[in-house]
Design a protein around this ligand. Structure first.
Ligand code: CA
Length: 217
């Protein structure tokens, strides 16, 4: 899952980015509203964490521009805590709302919930035959036994599992599991897939040559 954080306080931006990276997200960042909206319109992020008061373009104007073209889930982050402000933020197109200073654990849980809702998954657990993927704890087990995956392997399994039954193109994989600072070669996805097959079974991921990958389930 790839997310964008738009926040003009560098220390807060750094800690939010670090926290979400630890959760396994590919994270892009922006310190300005105008730069942020450019990124938000250029990529299909899985979610956006958006500050309200920003240089260049306010969070509210950001939302208005985004909502003309995209349904990307947005968590609005702000020091404003009156009911009127919350209603205004939600009406402008935010999907959720968090008051600063916020707990990183709560942010993490709300991000999971947002992405779960967007992908049409009601719970954190995805079961594919004997394999269970827990998007809350970011763990995978096979017949009840935990399987150790690297962060990137997990991210790839989660992306394919959230879209199970559908073909996921190579481009989509790059857009959703690598961030803007990654400089990866195209064969790396194949390497991850081959490692995942060794751990979860060779039939777990099907390769459609020239098209992408699919998990049936
Ligand atoms: Ca701010």
């Amino acid at each position: 899952m790839r997310v964008l954080i738009v926040e003009d306080e560098p220390d807060l931006l750094g800690s939010l980015a670090e926290s979400l990276r630890e959760d396994g997200y590919a994270v892009d960042t922006s310190l300005r509203g105008d730069e942020g909206i450019h990124k938000a319109l250029s990529w299909d992020y899985d979610a956006i964490v958006l500050d309200w008061m920003l240089p260049g373009l306010s969070g509210i104007d950001f939302l208005k521009r985004l909502r003309k073209v995209k349904t990307t889930p947005v968590l609005l982050l702000t020091a404003r805590d009156t009911v009127g402000d919350k209603v205004f933020g939600l009406d402008a197109g935010a999907d959720d709302y968090l008051i600063k200073p916020c707990s990183l654990r709560e942010l993490s849980a709300r991000m999971r919930a947002l992405i779960r809702r967007t992908t049409g998954n009601a719970t954190n657990l995805i079961t594919i035959s004997s394999i269970v993927i827990d998007t809350g704890s970011k763990t995978v087990s096979i017949e009840g036994q935990p399987v150790q995956l690297t962060a990137r392997e997990y991210a790839l399994v989660e992306l394919l599992a959230l879209h199970r039954g559908k073909l996921v193109s190579r481009t989509m994989i790059y857009d959703h599991i690598f961030d803007e600072d990654d400089d990866s070669l195209s064969n790396i996805v194949d390497v991850h897939v081959s490692h995942i097959r060794k751990k979860l079974g060779k039939d777990f991921i099907e390769t459609r040559r020239g098209q992408g990958y699919i998990i049936h389930g």
